[in-house]
Design a protein around this ligand. Structure first.
Ligand code: HEM
Length: 119
């Protein structure tokens, strides 16, 4: 018998970048995921806020930590690299992390290919 909560136990799947990209809201039959600092959140409960390829949809199916830190929707900022950012942007990023953690279930983490993804 497990005492784990659903978000803490079964949730720990590791996603490659390509696997995470499957959940970019291009297919209505799949959940919508995004990652912040390597942690993958299920934002399906709010999927209309993440239309495929536009608006906040640029964050779907990827780790876009850098864009969140910079308050940017530019696709070139939608990359995980955040460790070089200034303190004010790191604060913005951590505030977003806390926001998502409160609002959405965690489903896993991104496979660490770059050492930029999680601490
Ligand atoms: C004119 C500019 C903007 C307006 C009027 C705006 C407005 C909003 C509103 C009304 C919400 C919903 C808040 C809530 O549910 O409590 C929201 C959420 C959000 N906004 Fe913006 N926003 C703007 C720009 C940006 C930019 C530049 C970014 C880039 C990082 C951004 C990222 C987000 C994110 C990540 C959410 C949370 C989505 C979620 O709940 O899943 N916003 N915004």
């Amino acid at each position: 018998m497990s005492t784990s909560k659903p978000t803490a136990g079964a949730a720990q799947r590791t996603f490659t970048k390509a696997e995470l990209a499957q959940f970019d809201n291009s297919d209505e039959s799949k959940p919508v995921y995004l990652a912040i600092k390597g942690i993958v959140f299920d934002v399906s409960s709010n999927r209309s806020m993440y239309p495929h390829g536009s608006g906040y949809g640029v964050f779907a199916g990827k780790d876009a930590s850098r864009a969140l830190a910079k308050s940017s929707l530019d696709k070139e900022h939608c990359v995980p690299q955040w460790k070089d950012l200034p303190a004010d942007e790191l604060k913005v990023l951590n505030d977003w992390f806390a926001f998502y953690e409160k609002k959405y279930p965690i489903v896993g983490r991104v496979a660490d290919g770059s050492s930029e993804l999680a601490e």
